[in-house]
Structure formats: structure tokens, C-alpha cells
Design a protein around this ligand. Structure first.
Ligand code: WQD
Length: 359
């Protein structure tokens, strides 16, 4: 199958492209470098994807295209025969989305609507969407299943755009019964490819926990602020479901494998009763606290990681972790890497690329 991958040069994108190529898929990668974690070389090529080509020994066709640019996007569809799309491109900084809501609604929704329009026009009927555990809002139950309540209490525009896109894709799937739509709800991706050639390279000061902890360990940042230690959890710090980015990437391959073998023709009513659209949690089902994550990175790095206690972030909840059994049952997928591998591979990336891709 030949797939269009949007947001391909980013952290999730580059790892997903690698696993697709290793599984025999061919891809066309597009990215507009909005998240700027994917630095370019002197020819404007994404360094992350050039490294994917080195690791896989395969071609990684890339075009610097903004999914919001209808003309450029149409050209891509007119020049290629895609069997499907993996849509990862989105602005994704939770805090930034609160400060710049219009930029997030405009970019994340308009881009996605352009893409869906092009798929309809060019008969591309298989659509895998990068969604997020954020759509659950404060968990109504733990572990979170795909039937758990969504759309309530989402405290940021980023999460709202993911929820809205899910609703749009479910409705498009209903209106086009020959479409196959898969929504993948990511929990907390961490780690890096074992080669240490690709990994997470956040723009500026990291928003997410583990890139921040890793930069404290290597001495780029002085101290980790733990946002609250009075939560109702094992040690008072926030608990999340961290998943190795390679496991997450493999979940996308499994989603297309399921589409490819026509399994979705069963048109089974899925978890939320939407014919034609399938929804999966991609997590490990195991929650770890902030302190447990810090200790795990200390263990693999041998470095000290100074911490101080700060106030909880608005909207932060005590615990978030999922039940990933539906993805195992339907996709034949489950996370294979545990905490130690996540931290070892993160540290390997960090030490080999102290300045990320821009070294
Ligand atoms: C994890 C834990 C913090 C930073 C977010 C998005 C979600 C998804 C993953 C895109 C929490 C604590 C963090 C720090 C800390 N992204 N923490 N000090 O908030 O679970 O989810 O990223 O899809 O949509 O909401 O991840 O890494 O920000 O926080 O104590 O400097 O670490 O309080 O308990 P989160 P996170």
C-alpha cells in the first residue's frame, strides 16, 4: 500500500514512517515543520527523515507541504495514487493552545478538513487519525476504555480539536460506508528508536515530562519542577500511561494491516457503535508516577536529577492510564517495551544528540 503521511518529520511521524517502511509500505511524507522539532538540512530536507532512510536503507520521499495549503495539497493528490492517509500533522502544545486558541482551531481543523476533502475527491478511502487520550478529559473511570466518556471537561483547545476531528471523521465514515476510518488515541509517547538517530526534539523548553527530565539529566536544564505531589496516587505525583514511541508507531502499521486484509469490511459495530470507524487506545495499561519516571531515568543514566515541588498545572488530573485490550484483540497489537527500555532508549537518543537534530 502507498500511504500519505502528514506530520511525517516529527517525533511520532518519523518513527511511524520507519515502521511502515520496515513492513513493506511505501510512503510520501509531508510536513510544514510547524512543530520545528524536525530540523532541515541545507536542501530543506527533514533531517529526521534522512536518518530514517539511513536506518531502513529505503527511500523516504518528502515534500515540505502545509496541509492547510489546499493548492499544494491537491497537487500532491493529483501526482500520487494513495491507498490511504495517516494524518499526524497538528499543533500539539497544550499550554500554547490555551494562549492561542484560534491558531489551534484554524490549523488543526482546517488542515484536517482539507485533507478529508482531498481524500473524497481522489477516492482515498482509508484514513488513520492521530488522536489523543486528551479526548477523555478527566477520566470518568480507570482504566480508560474506548467506551469511556469523551468530550467532557477537556480543558484546552488542543484537546478540543482532537475531539472535534474524531466526531468529524466518525460522521464522514458513516456517510461513506466504503471508507475505513481508524482513530488511534495516544497516551504518553516517550523514548526513541534504538539506533539513537531519531527521537523527540522539542522546540525550546519541553512541555512534556520525559524530554524535560532527560534534559535535566544531561545538564541542559537545572531542575525538574514536579507539578504537585499531593495527588491521590502511589506517591502523590501524577500518574500517566507512558508508551514507547516505537510501540506507538507499530500501532499505525497494525491499523493499516487490518484495513489491508479487509477485516474492516465486517463493518462491525465498534466500541462506540459507529459502523466503519474503529477506535483504539494505544497505551501500555500501566501507570507510572512522575517520581517513578525520574527514578527510572536516574537508574539508566547514572545521573542525578534535581527536583523541586511546584503547584499543579490547571486541569492536571491525578491518574490517567488505559485498558489497551481492544487493540490487542482487533489489531493484534500490544506494547512490547517497558519502562526500562523507554528510559534507556530516551537516554541513548539524548546522549547521542545533546542538541537534538540541530547539532
Ligand atoms: C505528564 C506528567 C505532569 C512536566 C500531555 C497532553 C496529551 C499528550 C501527552 C499529545 C503530569 C507531570 C510534566 C513537568 C511535571 N500530548 N509533569 N513536570 O499532561 O499527561 O499529556 O502530553 O497528544 O495530549 O495533554 O503529559 O508530559 O505534560 O505530563 O511534573 O515539567 O508529568 O503534571 O503528571 P500529560 P505531560
Amino acid at each position: 500500500m502507498h500511504l500519505l503521511v502528514t506530520g511525517a518529520a516529527g517525533f511520532i511521524g518519523s518513527h511511524t514512517v520507519l515502521e511502515l517502511l520496515n513492513s513493506g509500505y511505501t510512503v510520501l511524507c509531508i510536513d510544514n515543520f510547524a512543530n520545528a522539532i524536525s530540523v532541515t538540512d541545507e536542501h530543506g530536507n527533514a533531517i529526521s527523515l534522512k536518518r530514517v532512510a539511513v536506518i531502513t536503507g529505503k527511500e523516504v520521499p518528502f515534500k515540505n507541504v502545509d496541509v492547510c495549503d489546499e493548492k499544494a495539497l491537491e497537487k500532491i493528490f493529483a501526482e500520487n495514487k494513495f491507498d490511504g492517509v495517516i494524518h499526524l500533522a497538528a499543533l500539539k502544545a497544550v499550554g500554547e493552545s490555551v494562549a492561542k486558541p484560534l491558531q489551534y482551531y484554524s490549523n488543526n481543523l482546517v488542515a484536517s478538513l482539507n485533507l478529508i476533502q482531498m481524500c473524497l475527491k481522489y477516492n482515498v478511502k482509508n484514513f488513520v487519525f492521530s488522536s489523543s487520550a486528551t479526548v477523555y478529559g478527566p477520566p470518568s473511570e480507570l482504566p480508560i476504555t474506548e467506551k469511556s466518556q469523551t468530550g467532557q471537561g477537556i480543558t484546552n483547545p488542543y484537546g478540543q480539536t482532537k475531539y472535534m476531528m474524531e466526531q468529524i471523521l466518525i460522521d464522514v465514515g458513516k456517510a461513506n460506508p466504503d471508507w475505513n476510518v481508524v482513530l488511534l488515541r495516544y497516551f504518553n509517547p516517550v523514548g526513541a528508536h534504538k539506533s539513537g538517530l531519531i527521537g523527540e526534539d522539542p522546540k525550546g523548553v519541553p512541555n512534556n515530562l520525559m524530554p524535560y527530565v532527560s534534559q535535566v539529566a544531561i545538564g541542559k536544564l537545572p531542575v525538574l519542577t514536579i507539578y504537585g505531589d499531593k495527588f491521590d496516587t502511589i506517591d502523590g505525583t501524577g500518574v500517566r500511561d507512558y508508551i514507547h514511541v516505537v510501540d506507538l508507531a507499530k500501532g499505525h502499521v497494525k491499523a493499516f494491516d487490518r484495513i489491508k486484509v479487509g477485516k474492516m469490511k465486517e463493518k462491525l459495530k465498534n466500541t462506540v457503535g459507529n459502523v466503519g470507524t474503529e477506535i483504539y487506545n494505544l497505551g501500555t495499561g500501566v501507570g507510572y508516577s512522575v517520581r517513578q519516571m525520574v527514578d527510572a531515568l536516574k537508574k539508566v543514566s547514572g545521573r542525578d536529577i534535581p527536583v523541586k515541588i511546584g503547584v499543579p498545572r490547571p486541569g492536571d488530573v491525578a491518574s490517567v492510564y488505559c485498558d489497551p485490550s481492544l487493540a490487542h484483540e482487533k489489531l493484534g497489537w500490544r506494547a512490547e517495551n517497558g519502562l526500562e527500555e523507554m528510559c534507556a532508549d530516551l537516554w541513548n537518543w539524548q546522549t547521542k544528540n545533546p542538541q537534538g537534530f540541530s547539532a
